[in-house]
Design a protein around this ligand. Structure first.
Ligand SMILES: *[C@@H]1O[C@H](CO)[C@@H](O)[C@H](O)[C@H]1NC(C)=O
Ligand SMILES: *[C@@H]1O[C@H](CO)[C@@H](O)[C@H](O)[C@H]1NC(C)=O
Ligand SMILES: *[C@@H]1O[C@H](CO)[C@@H](O)[C@H](O)[C@H]1NC(C)=O
Ligand SMILES: *[C@@H]1O[C@H](CO)[C@@H](O)[C@H](O)[C@H]1NC(C)=O
Ligand SMILES: *[C@@H]1O[C@H](CO)[C@@H](O)[C@H](O)[C@H]1NC(C)=O
Ligand SMILES: *[C@@H]1O[C@H](CO)[C@@H](O)[C@H](O)[C@H]1NC(C)=O
Length: 407
């Protein structure tokens, strides 16, 4: 057992070095110059480097666990959702608030507390999966002299600048949310476009690419069709954007908004996640948020609906609208929610300690049409199994090593 554990640790350490070697070279990142204090919703493409609890991934990015699941169209309402253990390698889209700092768009709300054996390189390339580079973390934290491969003092708090763009939250004049995607080994622009239901031309235009060549570690901005909101400036969720096929939680998790799959109109309803919510009934009406009544008349269909109008001063604003439509609408179609994939047990070795700090919780957005299949095995095991309890993973790590040293 002890032998296996040591082997696992060595293998993981070596894998970290391989990943760093692959990703450590300066990749290209699409940059959007900006001025002013506006922010937008953006998404970060993040691939889990270890089996991790939903709440651990969320803590890493200062996000709300349920909002993280919702943004990936994963079942966020099931009991215990935040404690599910997600399998290593799972690609997730993490909602973030894209701000303007030093004249370029970036997300600067994430804080990370260094753990023993962390280095700037391992934090950049492994923990944050290449979304930040060691150099960027160095300059964001005034650590110019720091060796990227020297161990950090455990507990030191780092700002992790993460790449994002807003581009007016539109693409070709249609609402869009931008995903920051780290190019992986084996990706081509064509495969990236296909897996995100977009085109090579669109990605090339957005990223101002001279040639359709991408290299591992490059970070592309990928526009995803989204539903825009029309909340007033005074709403705390002003500018809420929800990618097609996904959900967002807002108004203190009292309201869930979804986008698609049919039309790209934001549709919001009450959640059952929390009890203390302000009224969700439209004034002077019996209709609740999300309710639609339809009545056939000689002139067409008379439709009344009660919709969400933003979280204003801590209360849920609603708006009642009525009108005549040619035909009556059918029942609302929601984007399908997928079951959360789970790992059989918790590989605790590399999982991060929760990063405390003023991360921006809550969030919005995303998911592609990809169908995340459920991992086999017992889904509710929460044991703190060391990595050595995963002989197949150790085998994989050692195999990676063997292949690497043959190259
Ligand atoms: C930004 O998008 C809005 C629609 O959402 C559009 O009216 C406006 O012209 C766009 N502005 C720029 C600078 O593209
Ligand atoms: C939204 O997603 C649905 C289901 O994945 C898809 O059929 C539809 O074409 C998408 N809409 C747009 C505008 O991309
Ligand atoms: C609700 O009805 C009352 C009395 O009929 C009216 O004074 C008030 O303006 C109405 N409020 C709204 C929001 O329509
Ligand atoms: C109105 O919305 C509430 C909350 O979503 C729901 O429970 C209720 O069934 C809806 N009523 C009608 C008439 O659609
Ligand atoms: C929100 O509250 C502030 C003061 O607390 C008030 O000035 C403002 O008018 C309120 N806004 C709305 C839309 O009620
Ligand atoms: C996802 O996969 C399951 C089982 O493989 C299938 O029943 C379901 O229809 C798929 N969903 C989508 C959206 O492709």
């Amino acid at each position: 057992m002890a032998v296996w554990t040591a082997a696992a640790v060595a293998a993981v350490a070596a894998l970290v070095m391989i990943l760093a070697a692959v990703r450590g070279a300066a990749g290209k990142t699409t940059i959007e110059p900006c001025a002013g204090a506006d922010t937008c919703t953006a998404l970060l493409g993040y691939e889990l480097y270890a089996d991790m609890k939903v709440s651990e991934v969320a803590a890493l990015f200062g996000a709300d666990p349920k909002a993280l699941l919702a943004a990936n169209a994963l079942d966020f309402e099931s009991p215990g959702a935040a404690n599910r253990i997600l399998p290593a390698g799972l690609p997730l889209r993490v909602p973030t608030s894209c701000a303007c700092a030093d004249g370029v768009r970036k997300s600067v709300s994430v804080r990370y507390s260094a753990r023993p054996a962390d280095t700037l390189s391992s934090v950049a390339d492994v923990v944050f999966a290449g979304l930040a580079s060691a150099d960027q973390i160095r300059s964001a934290n005034g650590l110019a002299a720091e060796d990227p491969d020297a161990p950090l003092n455990p507990g030191v708090m780092l700002v992790i600048p993460l790449p994002c763009v807003c581009f007016n939250s539109t693409d070709n004049n249609l609402p869009a949310v931008y995903l920051s995607y780290v190019v992986r080994v084996g990706d081509t622009l064509n495969s990236i476009a296909t897996s995100h239901a977009t085109t090579v031309t669109d990605i090339s235009n957005v990223n101002a690419m001279g040639s359709p060549i991408v290299a591992p570690g490059d970070i592309l901005a990928i526009p995803l069709p989204a539903c825009a909101s029309m909340f007033p400036n005074s709403a705390s969720d002003y500018g809420l954007l929800v990618a097609n096929g996904t959900y967002a939680l807002t108004a203190g998790n009292c309201v869930e908004c979804s986008c698609g799959p049919g039309d790209l109109k934001l549709y919001c309803t009450p959640t059952t996640l929390t009890a203390s919510c302000s009224s969700m009934q439209c004034p002077n009406s019996s209709l609740m948020l999300g309710n639609v009544t339809a009545q056939s008349t000689s002139g067409g269909c008379s439709v009344s609906s009660c919709s969400y109008a933003g979280f204003v001063n801590g209360t849920i604003a609603t708006s009642l609208s009525s009108g005549l439509q040619p035909t009556c609408p059918g029942p609302h179609q929601f984007p399908p929610l997928m079951e959360t994939p789970t790992a059989a047990s918790h590989g605790s070795y590399l999982t991060p300690s929760p990063a405390p700090g003023p991360g921006e919780a809550g969030g919005h957005i995303l998911g592609s049409g990809s169908n995340i299949s459920r991992a086999n095995g017992p889904s509710e095991s929460v044991s703190q199994a060391p990595l050595a309890n995963h002989p197949h993973q150790i085998f994989f790590l050692i195999l990676s090593l063997a292949l690497y040293f043959q190259m």
